[in-house]
Each structure stands twice: as structure tokens, then as C-alpha cells.
Design a protein around this ligand. Structure first.
Ligand SMILES: NC(=O)c1ccc[n+]([C@@H]2O[C@H](COP(=O)([O-])OP(=O)(O)OC[C@H]3O[C@@H](n4cnc5c(N)ncnc54)[C@H](OP(=O)(O)O)[C@@H]3O)[C@@H](O)[C@H]2O)c1
Length: 232
């Protein structure tokens, strides 16, 4: 049986993805900090493995991920969906620091399974990775890190010729606890987002916008001059 680990699967996109993998006969390893939600998942899907991991505590998290992989006797796909984001008008350092700790350090620490030289790594970045944002600068910058890091890993495995697949996912708005602020549009349900992500994973895509129509916004953001962007 194929095996997948979803990091950040106690809620939102990760939880929906974990359900889809489970329903498609994968053995699933479910990761997050909230133990009661992990136990709930295990009750619903008794075949699953659960592990409470705080990805921002990187040294501990790497060991715990290795433990989980060994308990599952290997893994084929690792999806890193863990993330935090805050509207931070006052640029409070505690919030910027938490964002960097989870989305940057925590993200980079979790790709360690690649050392086995095969498999499929999926990172959930964001459309926010394309431009900086005045209300959540650490969040957008952290997602730029994720997208760029994944591209770097793709280059590395291509140069080494190892059979590792790297997929970068760029969602627009998805209706989860993470989607904050006003003026949200084209908000996808977590289920729809997870279904499209699952299809992209099965097709071994290098990159996918979620939902698909966010490709147009991606193109707009990339081509917009800064003086126009600053007025949005
Ligand atoms: N919703 C959107 O509009 C949107 C748009 C673009 C990209 N994204 C990205 O999609 C991903 C999933 O977010 P979501 O929308 O599904 O929000 P969510 O429901 O808040 O899910 C976030 C997940 O990350 C986990 N997490 C947070 N901090 C963690 C830590 N220190 N260690 C381990 N796990 C941690 C949470 O689990 P615990 O709290 O149990 O640890 C939870 O399972 C994130 O990377 C987010 O940046 C979301």
C-alpha cells in the first residue's frame, strides 16, 4: 500500500487532503500540534498514524518525523501544509517571528526525508508568495521562501538525477481559519482545494494554482508595476 504523510493536517486544507488520501487507500501519517484533533482523525481512520509535532522546534521535529516514517515503515509522499499567517499592522515581532519559525524554519526542516533519494515532496506555498504585503510582510515573504526553496530542490534532484518529484502548490483564498482580512474573493472550500491539490499530486505536477483560475491573478501580480500594486 502507498503511504503519505500530511504535515499540518489537524484542520483546513491538510485535513481534507489527509481524508482524500485515506479514502483512496493510502496509509496516512497525520501531523499537527493539536493532539485531540489527531486522536479524532485516528478514530475516524483507524489505519492512520498520528504524531504531534511542532515544526517550529526544528531539531525535535526532524527526529519526530523520522520516528513517524519508521513507524509507518517508509513513506512515498510528504505534503507540508503546516503554516500560520497573521494580519500584523503593527509589525509585532512576536507574530513575525512565529510566522518565520513555522513557515520558513519549520518548512525547510521537514524536507529531510529526501535524504532517502526517492519519493514525492509537496509544499503548500501561496499566491501571496508573488508580491510583498504591507499587512502581513512575514507571511508573504515566508511563502516566497517556500516557492523558491521548492524550485531549488527541484533543480537539485534534476542535477543529481534522483527520482524525487517536487510539487509546489499556490492556493489563492481557501475558506479555512487561515483566510483572514476583508475583501476576500474566489474563496474555495477546503474540500475543493484539497481535491485539486490531490489531482496535481497524482499527476506529479511541478506546480499548480489552486483553484485553477488563480493562474490569472498570478500572472497579473507578476506583471503589475509597483506604483499600481502599492495602490491596491
Ligand atoms: N486558507 C488560505 O486562504 C490559504 C491560501 C494560501 C495558502 N494557504 C496555506 O495552506 C496551508 C494550510 O493552511 P489552511 O488554510 O489549511 O489553515 P489551517 O486550517 O489553519 O491549517 C494550518 C495547519 O498548520 C498546522 N500548524 C500550524 N502551526 C504548526 C506548527 N508549529 N507545527 C505543526 N503544525 C502546525 C495546524 O495544526 P496545529 O495547529 O494542530 O499545529 C494546521 O493543521 C498553510 O501553509 C497556508 O499558508 C492557505
Amino acid at each position: 500500500m502507498k503511504k503519505a504523510i500530511i504535515i499540518g493536517a489537524t484542520s483546513g486544507i491538510g485535513e481534507e487532503l489527509a481524508k482524500i488520501f485515506s479514502q483512496d487507500s493510502y496509509i496516512v501519517g497525520v501531523v499537527g500540534r493539536r493532539s485531540h484533533l489527531l486522536k479524532e482523525f485516528k478514530r475516524e481512520y483507524p489505519e492512520s498514524f498520528i504524531k504531534s509535532i511542532d515544526v517550529s522546534k526544528t531539531a525535535e521535529a526532524i527526529n519526530q518525523l523520522k520516528e513517524l516514517i519508521s513507524e509507518m515503515d517508509g513513506v512515498d509522499i510528504v505534503v507540508i501544509s503546516s503554516g500560520v499567517g497573521f494580519i500584523n499592522h503593527d509589525l509585532k515581532w512576536s507574530l513575525e517571528k512565529e510566522t518565520i519559525g513555522v513557515n520558513v524554519s519549520g518548512f525547510a526542516a521537514m524536507q529531510h526525508f529526501l535524504s532517502k533519494g526517492s519519493g514525492h515532496l509537496v509544499g503548500i506555498s501561496s499566491i501571496a508568495s508573488i508580491r510583498g504585503d504591507g499587512d502581513a510582510p512575514a507571511y508573504n515573504a515566508s511563502k516566497a521562501f517556500v516557492s523558491n526553496y521548492l524550485e531549488g530542490l527541484r533543480k537539485k534532484v534534476s542535477t543529481l538525477g534522483v527520482p524525487v518529484c517536487i510539487t509546489g502548490i499556490q492556493p489563492g483564498y481557501v475558506g479555512t481559519a487561515m483566510a483572514k482580512g476583508e475583501g476576500l474573493f474566489w474563496v474555495a472550500s477546503p474540500k475543493k482545494a484539497a481535491q485539486q491539490i490531490y489531482t496535481a499530486i497524482k499527476r506529479k505536477r511541478k506546480h499548480a494554482y489552486i483553484t485553477k483560475r488563480w493562474r490569472a491573478i498570478g500572472w497579473l501580480l507578476k506583471s503589475m508595476p509597483e506604483f499600481v500594486y502599492n495602490r491596491l
